[in-house]
Unconditional design. Sequence first.
Length: 303
Amino acid sequence: MNPIRLAGFTRSLTFFSGKLPNSNTRAAYNHALRRFLAWCDLQGRDLPRITPGDVGDYFRQHTGSTPTKKQHLAALRKFFNLLVERHICLLNPAAVAELERMTVVEGKTPQITPAQISELVNPIRLDTVTGLRDRAIIAVLSFTGARAGAVAKLRREDFYEADTQHMLHFDEKGGKSREIPVRYDLQRILLEYMEAATLRDAPRKSPLFRTAVRRENRLTDKSITANDVCRMIKRRLRRAGLPDNLSAHSFRVAVATDLFDQGVDTKDVQHLLGHADPRTTRLYDRTDRKVTRNLVERIRITI
């Protein structure tokens, strides 16, 4: 790789580490840069001579989806901003680049229904601490709409009583911190799990949900990860014979859709889910997604 490109890329890694706290975003941006720099090598382009037209040419041959292209363009804009600050480039060639517009009216994540959640939970053995843990995780996902990553980060101190109401404190993506009241059935499920896992008197900073040694029916002292939560949900879905396109994020969709179906205001649902933009919240609404048989029967076409 050209020394200038290599130096710029090395600096970008440091820049992204300091500017992007989310590890998934850092990984995505670094992947975008590697892809762009490989293209520059093939085209014989040096970074100081990259023009907006070059950026446009790059994205015209880019095979990714529109959301992927938008993410990669955001990465390039940040990268070239850094190069301008370092006086490697005079202007940011990605700043004026534009991509095709994409209007998203509905999210891609499928909703898990209340009946499917019951099918998922019913077979779980509650005479094991692992079963009680898994039920508790599913209950938190179902009754709070929290992301898997936020559930995995929960500590013993994050489940607490304020006056007469139990609360859960979540550290969400983007550095957001949220408190959600715990309904009584979730409170009971959590307390039953904590009793079996001997966590009631555990240190405040200790993980609430821990990895398990299933053959020995015991939990370790190590916190689960978001991937652990997702794998557990997938494993339980397979055992229950439920669709494999469902995931841990499907519970978040189910919470939003159920509240929308009851006529809850978008702002209230937005606050529960922790979205900065209400348009994001509306993507979780599946109440209007179905085309009814009655509607298609009204089409006056004969073949």
